[in-house]
Design a protein around this ligand. Structure first.
Ligand code: NAD
Length: 445
């Protein structure tokens, strides 16, 4: 099948490359010329395991190509994905400017049947607005008064991939959701995904759009729930890791997304929760549960900061080493990373901050000012008054904390992701603080 993907960011690029991998002929479009130039040379601008090798393979056999022209890609394709960004406006509502621009450009180039598929995360009703935009911008020869003579469909196909394992997620999806209004659109999308043999959920467009916002909001709720529990654990002398373990074995609950820490971040959860709250409000329902989820998430960073301030007493002129900056492991994405808020708050208090991340250093340099960038965790530890673990990269599990202790001025570790066992760190002589790891009363006395 001939497919165009407009927007070659995390989602568009993964979608384009993976669709080529399962046998389709794909043109990926982006309006960032530099990005397109480097993609044409087989270089990806993001860290995503496995993606670059596939990109090179399908560029070589010409199943995959890159362009800056939406018109060219539209004319050459049957199905056209819109995978551009949908950032938040000031009031939290999704800003659909890029989606509208792309829909307009697609419409102007249409000369035969096209299936336009929303891949971007958009609020319910966007599909209907895209349909209207396309009708209003079709070439004049296809418009007779209010009637449109060119056949086209709009569909929703939200993306659930996770950065860091995006290729694997795309190839082995839990489900593929499609929101369609015609048998033809359904047939095309079923055919497109058939090589993956996925479980297909077929709905109307509004429901498909809602599934994405509801799913991300639910996952964010799980995280805020366990974070709220972690605060009780701290007060009552319970261990949130054990609580999560005990809860997680219940199949109705599941262990995933029950990791207490410094809260969720990234380019999706914060914006999608905001957008869902706004969408609900506009529909006449006040989603107070989600407002609380957002509030707990924001407070989680403040609680962590208070813990640091409490234990260091005076933060000013202390040297703080930060292990991990990306919003989660296995990505270089710094968008809405909790590390940014935490580091900036400590800098406001007068702390000197050193940082290290296995992949996110180039993006972190753009986002942070006045930090000392270190080449590895040991260079980071040298002369520090304390360390903060903010992203749970696998390589941090195997650190030599004996060596780190010798390099530090004071062996204090604040573990914002509960990566370590307090016993191991205490045995090495560290002062160790996790999140929600309250000490039982018996041990305290
Ligand atoms: N990142 C994720 O993990 C993830 C997962 C699921 C869904 N989503 C959703 O997918 C959408 C895209 O997210 P992303 O992270 O890939 O964003 P991104 O910012 O990484 O990529 C968007 C790309 O679109 C390009 N673009 C913007 N306007 C364009 C235009 N007019 N023509 C051509 N290209 C244009 C930009 O240059 C950029 O490369 C968002 O709605 C997001 O919520 C993201």
């Amino acid at each position: 099948m001939k497919i165009a993907v407009i927007g070659s960011g995390y989602v568009g690029l993964v979608t384009g490359v993976c669709l080529a991998h399962i046998g389709h002929r794909v043109i990926c479009v982006d309006n960032n010329r530099e990005k397109v130039k480097s993609l044409k040379q087989g270089r990806i601008p993001i860290y995503e395991p496995g993606l670059e090798d596939l990109l090179k393979k399908y560029l070589k056999n010409k199943r995959l190509s890159f362009a800056v022209s939406i018109a060219e890609a539209t004319r050459k394709s049957t199905a056209i994905f819109i995978a551009v960004g949908t950032p938040s406006k000031k009031d939290g509502e999704a800003d659909l400017t890029y989606v509208e621009h792309v829909a307009r450009d697609i419409a102007r180039a249409m000369d035969s049947y096209k299936l336009i598929v929303e891949k971007s995360t958009v609020p319910a009703d966007t599909g209907q607005r895209i349909k209207r935009t396309i009708r209003m911008n079709l070439p004049g020869k296809f418009c007779k008064g209010n009637d449109v003579t060119l056949d086209f469909d709009v569909a929703s196909n939200p993306e659930f991939l996770r950065e860091g394992c995006a290729v694997a997620d795309f190839m082995n999806p839990d489900r593929v959701v499609i929101g369609v209004e015609s048998a033809k659109a359904e047939r095309i999308l079923r055919e497109m995904y058939a090589p993956l043999k996925p479980h297909m959920v077929v709905t109307d467009i509004n429901s498909a759009e809602l599934i994405k916002h509801a799913s991300n909001s639910f996952l964010a709720t799980k995280i805020s729930f366990i974070n709220a529990v972690s605060r009780i654990c701290e007060r009552l002398g319970a261990d949130v890791l054990k609580v999560a373990e005990g809860m997680g074995f219940d199949k109705r609950i599941g262990r995933k997304f029950l990791d207490a820490g410094i809260g969720y971040g990234g380019s999706c959860f914060p914006k999608d929760v905001d957008a869902f709250i706004r969408l609900s409000e506009k529909s006449g329902y006040h989603f107070n549960l989600l407002k609380e989820v957002r509030q707990v998430n924001e407070e989680q960073k403040t609680f962590f900061l208070r813990l640091i301030e409490d234990k260091l007493w005076i933060v000013k002129k202390k040297t703080i080493g930060v292990l991990g900056l990306a919003f989660k492991p296995d990505t270089d994405d710094m968008r809405n990373a909790p590390s940014l808020d935490i580091i900036q708050a400590l800098q406001r208090e007068g702390a000197r901050v050193k940082v290290y991340d296995p992949q996110a250093m180039p993006n972190a340099r753009k986002a942070l000012k006045n930090v000392v960038c270190c080449k590895d965790p040991y260079a980071l530890a040298k002369g520090c008054d304390c360390l903060l673990l903010l992203t749970e990269w696998d390589e941090f599990r195997k650190l030599d904390f004996g060596k780190i202790k010798k390099l530090m001025d004071h062996a204090i570790l604040f573990d914002g992701r509960n990566l370590y066992h307090d016993r191991d760190l205490h045995a090495l002589g560290f002062e160790y603080y996790g999140v929600g790891r309250g000490m039982p009363k018996a041990k305290r006395s």
